[in-house]
Ligand binder design. Sequence first.
Ligand SMILES: *Cc1c(COP(=O)(O)O)cnc(C)c1O
Length: 380
Amino acid sequence: MASMPYCPSPSQAVVDLAAIVHNLGQVREQAGGRQVMFAVKGDGYGHGASQCALEAQRTNAADWFAVANVAEGQKLIAAGITRPILKLSPALPHDLDAAATSGMRLTVTDDTNIAATGRSARRLARTVKVHIGVDTGMGRIGLPAGELLRLADLVDREPNLELEGVFTHLPLADTPDGEDFTTHQIEDFLAAVERTATSRGPIAQVHVANSGAVLGHDLGATTMVRTGIAAYGYDPNPSLQRANLRPALAWRSWVSFVKQVAPGTNIGYGRTWTAERSTTIATIPVGYADGFPRLLSNRGVVLLGGRRCPVVGRVCMDQIMVDAGPHAGTKVGDEAVLIGSQAGETITADDMATAAETISYEITSGLTARVDRYWINASQ
Ligand SMILES: *Cc1c(COP(=O)(O)O)cnc(C)c1O
């Protein structure tokens, strides 16, 4: 049987690896000698976890990597990541054996979880390095900081666990209003770390800062920062823009159909948009199944011919329609930029997020597997 010709996806995401290295450099500068942990969960916030992590490892832009689940860590190791990888949340009981054999660092949170992790490590005859995750106000995982010393003692009593780190997470680090709260969180946490270290000896890695905190907070006696969104080129608070960050991901497609419409013409499901004048409607082959949010129906913008053109009608699963304007001259095959620059105009993931009532994180990590990724500007 004749093999079928390869055909790329009708939209593509282009990830600039040099931008990621640059952004990690900005974070490293702000981190003041602390180690840099690069969060590549969610397939590198949609940018390709292995490709971004390998580039960061090759260029020494990151010292550590962080993932959300065991499979993500296993993939990084299989791809050639040799620097330490931390799983940022406790493993499910039925994932513990896979987690313990993976070689990655595990997060432990409480008595049950420490005991189960210790049992798994013992059964597999492995030494597992663990980080205790403490809750200082995020309310997601972990016990209060007052329990840290007791939990550290529990870990010490597990022969197959080695306490390598302690950390907490900051829910308000990206808002000026949260400054006092965050400062107190860091102080309370560091006081608990100090008591723990006094009683049992120093802890190698102490980490609190996400991108928001690296860019805006005094990080005290911590040894490492954990950055995700800043590495991909976005300030977690789009109104602050605290460092010289370069968005790493561009998303583009091409016009697949063009028509001139008369005033009164309706567009899309529900016929929610009506032309008020004669205009040019361009159809672009991306939709919510690619990660173009349906909330951008009659709200989003796309670059065509270097101009911002509004999305008209509802976003479909596989296509969107945009109003290119009365005398656009738009042709089938013209480039359409969904995220990125065209002839001096730019749409960022922040712009898209604002229109879709969400955050840049959800936009980039929401690009689905249907969108081919290309990586450019690698160091070698
Ligand atoms: C995702 C994550 C980070 C990175 O957060 P950014 O805001 O993207 O910098 C840091 N710490 C933990 C625990 C996380 O889950």
